[in-house]
Design a protein around this ligand. Sequence first.
Ligand SMILES: Nc1nc2c(ncn2[C@@H]2O[C@H](COP(=O)(O)OP(=O)(O)OP(=O)(O)O)[C@@H](O)[C@H]2O)c(=O)[nH]1
Length: 313
Amino acid sequence: MSETKEKKSWFGKLRDGLKRSSSAISSGITDIFTKRKLDDDVIEELEELLISGDLGVTTAARIAANIAKTRYDKEIAPEEIRAALADEVAAILDPVAIPFTLDESRKPHVALIVGVNGSGKTTTIGKFAKQYRAAGKKVVLAAGDTFRAAAVEQLQVWGQRTGCDVVTTKVGGDAAGLAYSAMEKAKADGADLLLIDTAGRLQNKSDLMAELEKVLRVIKKLDPDAPHSCLLVLDATTGQNALNQVEIFGKVCNVTGLVMTKLDGTARGGVLVAIADRFGLPVHAIGVGEGEDDLQPFAARDFARALSGVGSL
Ligand SMILES: Nc1nc2c(ncn2[C@@H]2O[C@H](COP(=O)(O)OP(=O)(O)OP(=O)(O)O)[C@@H](O)[C@H]2O)c(=O)[nH]1
């Protein structure tokens, strides 16, 4: 496939995935801006539209004000507003669109994957494993969500599918001990990347903190610089709650980057803009489906255009 065709199909997929997020914003813009001058009422309506699209109160207000700056008191076509919105959103997202990179000097590069239950951690690990295996890297997976037998099995399936060894322990086993064994194995095998799955139990915060802290302590015994990455996986469908998750996990571990999953079929994709604006953490990748190829590097401008409904009419 040519590069342009590949890019186009990826943009098409992103646009389709974000359809529910973008159609409300896009048709809302048409409703607000058809045959009306951009005055204070219109600015307020635009702001409300962006808030309902999960962009967050502060971010929505700033974007609406920026768009109004050079257009006040003029009749503006909806397409121009959509394009201006895409520019504003891209300006927020551009600085955080940073791909996940493997530190080749580490053997292994240790990445801890955190996030609440069901956010898509295991699936994301599988998708990353596939990408790095395809690039010829040796990858080891650690089934650190020892509480759920299904989570361990799910990771084993990904291991088989991608040709990666999976380190497991018995159900209910010690997650920190498991992480230690996985690191020993990854080191002995000369692995390039160790992806450690963790249990996500936000409803029981103190337990979660204690367990993650223990995992971190134990990993550092084998490599004081590890984990070299701590990736927080966020489920886009949780909307504004994702902001709390960034705060809570940020208190437990030094989150180095974000992956946002389930951007397909949610109307809440705008939350990524609110998160980028508030925390400025790198967004490495986004998930737009359950399949193994549905994890894509985060492309700020494409996302901004898809979310704003540019090019979809
Ligand atoms: N539509 C869609 N589904 C996804 C995506 N990523 C993950 N899923 C699905 O979300 C569900 C939960 O994903 P998991 O990877 O099991 O989530 P987890 O965070 O490991 O969950 P626990 O093991 O319960 O902590 C699964 O059914 C996945 O197939 C995505 O980008 N889009």
